[in-house]
Design a protein around this ligand. Structure first.
Ligand code: PYL
Length: 280
């Protein structure tokens, strides 16, 4: 997982209304609506008090990270605040004053519902959210070819989502060891192939270039940095065919994921290894 820089998220909160407008243009749904669609439930975000705890471990606090997470949640109707203390003190403060809690170190960004211990992790939630967004933008993916570039936690979750929706999935990664035992096509090369639906979940740049896309292709790109060649990214943005944001959609789906009622499985991606779903 690429560590965000403070500059990546500096304007996120002030642009949330604009993000909603661009998401509606691309998918027909707002950030909150995509999160609800991703978890399959019209989750109600009001009357939820949520704490976000700054964590100093590892490379330490990212300026504005916790405040941005809280701002995204408030945009969804959640009563979200950043704890005044960090680390264990903040976890304690949050447990005394909220029903849900978010926290992130350099490797794991997770949410927990303190009332039923339902958890969600950012890699899983991001994969689910960007896959759901592409599903909506494509007006359904059943029997349609979908390319997923990147077989990390985000890409694996997205590929599983598309397979569950009946899409014809191709999972691409340059590392063949990440492609074992998947119930759909996997490949270490997409040379000479074109796709109309693409989810880019790599940490590399310029993975998706013009020669990979059909003329009206739609790209959903959770990858940080954006793995779409710059000029192409602008063309796709201008025609509402690029879905990309560094933190918003993953955070929104995490919130929906820990609040949903009918949840049976919670999938936890710890780093590159996806731990088997666990019944809760
Ligand atoms: C969750 C983001 C999405 C992409 N990369 C992930 C990242 O940057 N993780 C590191 C988050 C560190 C947060 C820091 C703080 O400010 O509490 N520990």
């Amino acid at each position: 997982m690429t560590r965000l820089a403070s500059s990546d998220i500096a304007t996120v909160v002030e642009w949330l209304d604009a993000l909603d407008r661009s998401l509606v243009d691309a998918t027909g749904a707002t950030l909150t609506e995509i999160a609800q669609y991703a978890v399959g439930e019209a989750v109600d975000f009001h009357h939820v008090k949520n704490s976000v705890v700054p964590i100093t471990a590892g490379q330490g606090i990212i300026g504005g990270f916790s405040q941005t997470v809280a701002g995204i949640l408030r945009h969804m109707g959640v009563d979200a605040f950043v704890t005044s203390r960090t680390d264990v003190g903040g976890l304690y403060e949050g447990r005394m004053n909220s029903s849900c809690q978010f926290a992130a170190d350099d490797d794991t960004f997770f949410a927990v519902n303190l009332e039923n211990n339902q958890v969600s992790e950012n890699g899983y939630a991001t994969g689910l959210g960007f896959a759901a967004a592409l599903d909506l933008a494509a007006k359904g993916v059943e029997n349609k070819p979908v390319l997923v570039a990147g077989a990390g936690p985000v890409g694996l979750t997205a590929a599983d989502y598309f397979a569950s929706k009946g899409a014809i999935v191709t999972l691409y990664d340059i590392d063949a060891s990440k492609l074992e035992d998947r119930p759909y096509e996997t490949t270490t090369s997409i040379a000479g192939r074109k796709f109309s639906l693409v989810l880019e979940a790599t940490t590399a740049e310029n993975v998706i270039t013009k020669d990979v896309l059909t003329p009206n292709a739609i790209v959903s790109a959770p990858g940080v940095p954006l793995g779409v060649e710059a000029k192409l990214a602008q063309e796709l943005t201008d025609s509402n065919r690029l879905i990309h944001n560094p933190l918003e959609l993953g955070t929104a789906v995490m919130m929906a994921d820990v609040l949903r009622k009918q949840s049976v499985y919670v999938r936890i991606s710890m780093g590159a290894t996806v731990v088997e779903p666990c019944m809760i």
